[in-house]
Ligand binder design. Structure first.
Ligand code: G1P
Length: 295
């Protein structure tokens, strides 16, 4: 990839689109952002921001929309709550609350109209500028060690190619994802040739699906700006932009190992809750006995 002169630019920012309406989760999302639904005791968005921070990214750009202010509040200082906890000597809770507001520098940009994922990414253009960045989709929760975004940043820096996360999915689920075709250049690393966004059931060329983690060069903004929106939905598809990178031989895919949960889906959300509860030191054993009892 031809980076602007000045050599390799460090990746400092994570872009997280959170403007979606959460229709798959109604009625819970009627007045509450889907990103604020908790997995155990933490809102889903906090796990995503923690992944970014654990990957070395301290600046988080949230692409928000109407009704999403509680997400920003969650990462802000809560003066009254801190005062209350301090006065009552609740030191542990005070630390818990303070740590969240110290987690990252949060920058919020409003996406005024729901014009697709490509458009949401484009909303980050002014804030990101001429730097590569990570894009994390809140519906995809991943549990990997090291953090998936960190592994992908390393690949980006090594190969100087954009990187997207991939996972093999069952044949009857390919219609839910962007599906790639490519050549394996190292174990689990594909040079991508072709991408088909949500192919009709039975028509997918492979079962390698795109999962919501991307490391993208700033050139993606110019590509997205020049794309024609879909004539019917008026949306700008990120996948169309990724395909342009692939055609320039500038797009790698990385098949990662570890767990992944689609928490925008009800069953995926339940799976994540059970998996995280089983790992929780306070809840794990209790849940195991409860499951034994009911099954
Ligand atoms: C988006 C992308 C798709 C990708 C998916 C991963 O779709 O368009 O290519 O496979 O995220 O979760 P969405 O699930 O937002 O419809």
């Amino acid at each position: 990839m031809k980076l602007p002169s000045g050599g390799i630019k460090l990746i400092k920012k994570a872009v997280i689109p959170v403007a979606g309406l959460g229709t798959r989760f109604l009625p819970a999302t009627k007045a509450t952002p889907k990103e604020m639904l908790p997995i155990i005791d933490k809102p889903a968005i906090q796990y995503i921001v923690e992944e970014a921070v654990d990957s070395g990214l301290q600046e988080v750009v949230l692409i928000t929309g109407r009704g999403k202010d509680s997400i920003i509040d969650h990462f802000d200082v809560s003066g009254e709550l801190e005062y209350y906890l301090e006065n009552r000597g609740k030191k542990d809770l005070l630390k818990l609350v303070r740590d969240i507001s110290n987690l990252a520098k949060i920058i919020a940009v409003r996406q005024k109209k729901p014009l697709g994922l490509g458009h949401a990414v484009l909303c980050a253009k002014e804030v990101v500028g001429e730097e590569p960045f990570a894009l994390l989709l809140g519906d995809d929760m991943v549990d990997t060690n090291p953090p998936l975004t960190k592994q992908m940043i390393e690949l980006f820096l090594k190969h100087q190619k954009a990187v997207i996360a991939l996972r093999r999915v069952p044949d009857d689920q390919t219609h839910l994802y962007g599906i790639i075709e490519g050549d394996e250049v190292a174990e689990g690393v594909f040079q991508i040739r072709e991408i088909i966004e949500k192919p009709k059931p039975g028509t997918a060329p492979t079962n390698l699906a795109i999962i919501g983690r991307y490391i993208l060069p700033p050139q993606i903004f110019t590509i997205l700006e020049n794309l024609q929106p879909d004539p019917v939905s008026k949306e700008i598809q990120l996948t169309d932009g990724l395909l342009k990178l692939a055609r320039q031989k500038n797009l790698y895919g990385f098949v990662f190992s570890g767990d992944r949960y689609d928490i925008g889906d009800k069953f995926g959300f339940v799976r994540a809750t059970v998996a995280y509860a089983l790992k929780d030191p306070q809840l794990g054993n209790k849940l195991r006995s409860f499951l034994d009892e009911v099954l």
